[in-house]
Design a protein around this ligand. Sequence first.
Ligand SMILES: Nc1ncnc2c1ncn2[C@@H]1O[C@H](COP(=O)(O)OP(=O)(O)OP(=O)(O)O)[C@@H](O)[C@H]1O
Ligand SMILES: O=P(O)(O)OC[C@H]1O[C@](O)(CO)[C@@H](O)[C@@H]1O
Ligand SMILES: [Mg+2]
Length: 532
Amino acid sequence: MASSASISRPRFRCFDPTNSYPATPDHPRYFSSAVSPSSSSSSSSSSPRENGFGDTMAISNNSEPKIVTGEGGYVLEDVPHLVDYIPDLPTYPNPLQNNPSYSVVKQYFVNADDTVAQKIVVHKDSPRGTHFRRSGPRQKVYFESDEVHACIVTCGGLCPGLNTVIRELVCGLTHMYHVKRILGIEGGYRGFYARNTVPITPKVVNDIHKRGGTILGTSRGGHDTSKIVDSIQDRGINQVYVIGGDGTQRGAAVIFEEIRRRGLKVAVAGIPKTIDNDIPVIDKSFGFDSAVEEAQRAINAAHVEAESVENGIGVVKLMGRYSGFIAMYATLASRDVDCCLIPESPFYLEGPGGLYEYIEKRLKEDGHIVIVVAEGAGEVLLSESLLKDEQDASGNKLLQDVGLWLSQNIKDYFSKQRKMNITLKYIDPTYMIRAIPGNASDNVYCTLLAHSAIHGAMAGYTGFTVGPVNGRHAYIPFCRVTERQNKVVITDRMWARLLSSTNQPSFLDPKMVAKKVAETKKEDTEAEAQLI
Ligand SMILES: Nc1ncnc2c1ncn2[C@@H]1O[C@H](COP(=O)(O)OP(=O)(O)OP(=O)(O)O)[C@@H](O)[C@H]1O
Ligand SMILES: O=P(O)(O)OC[C@H]1O[C@](O)(CO)[C@@H](O)[C@@H]1O
Ligand SMILES: [Mg+2]
């Protein structure tokens, strides 16, 4: 899919320019205050951590981001490394060098200075912008195979592909790095201190990618940082793989901070999960493709029902608490949808240009209409009529059922006010969509995510999330994926394509459109100014 955009643009809250010192044309510099690590090796090689620029490594003792600047407005937002706070770590040759499966691969190891550009459409004089460290195997690793004790935890809502990521983490660690100790943490974050752990082997996970859900179980809430890190320390875990959405990545970030504060040699790697696709920076999250595909079945059913009766109305609710990506892509894929309602695009029911007027038009012209509504759409309208302010255990807002509310209002309006005979069928496939296994494309994607995370942790990187940025997998600092949510930008071309494919009203007056365009431009300018 096209790179997902966000209404709120990068703000670089995690970037402290007051720590900067000037970059020279041939020597990019870290912005944080520099302290050279003393480096030693107990085995084959000895060197400070590569920074990819032949430059002295700059170490920050706190959670400052590691920013490298270069020529032409080049910025690298690097991820933390274990040597940032444990300087004397030995390194070892990567066991992949002797792995028969990978031995014929030319240039299997990632070049030390490979970075991935966040912005790929640039102008002649525009800055080169933010880059992230490219993911992949390094020549040297910071863990010996026998020393690794990894754990895997899944948190938040279900998502197609969760089991595939678990499987590929286990198989990747075992087959690529000969790791023998991998623990599954049961039931999300609270499992670290309140539930059992299970040893996992490739045999245990062999066919789990064919099943929906997560074999480890999941939960919301229950993040007690010090209890979690105590448990990591007590069990001798030194690689933590955390699979989950925005809340989970926030949780992983604080676990990493506590680990760093305690000076533990423990790598923390996040694998972003959410069918909502609301995680910024990365191209898309795993499970999203599967969700869009499965949604077609519900939309198809709604269409068949609606077109089989006189004045048939099919309403399908899809997930998307804050972001309407599933609804938007499911609509674009289906071509049977006449109206798509998402949280980012406010709508109204009555009067000229409103939803009721549009439904009536479609019924008169086609005899039926199919409406897709994302669960977070129309929140303002709903809160006006139903006051409820509840949260789940993780603090996420609990939403009213917009599909039911909309269906009831449509029925009332047409039968009572317009005295029309309509037949409305409401389909809520949300949990059926979330519970399926990953589709073929998500399964391949999950493998790449799991392998990226393993290579990063083995290479000593920590405090990072993995994911593709413009098609290339990268290591992204936690703060960049937690500082905002990815949202559909209704002033982008993709939303315009949707409007033109459904022919629905935009529900926006021209003044509002102008305001949105101006806001987006202002945010772009501010983000660029911070990069210079
Ligand atoms: N700011 C935070 N600090 C520490 N832990 C957090 C934070 N936010 C959320 N968590 C923890 O992360 C876990 C998952 O969070 P949440 O339920 O919001 O799901 P998620 O990861 O966002 O996934 P999704 O929303 O896609 O289902 C929960 O155990 C929650 O306690
Ligand atoms: O009912 P649960 O498990 O809290 O999950 C609901 C939420 O999970 C999500 O799918 C994100 O995983 C949201 O779209 C949805 O609101
Ligand atoms: Mg979330």
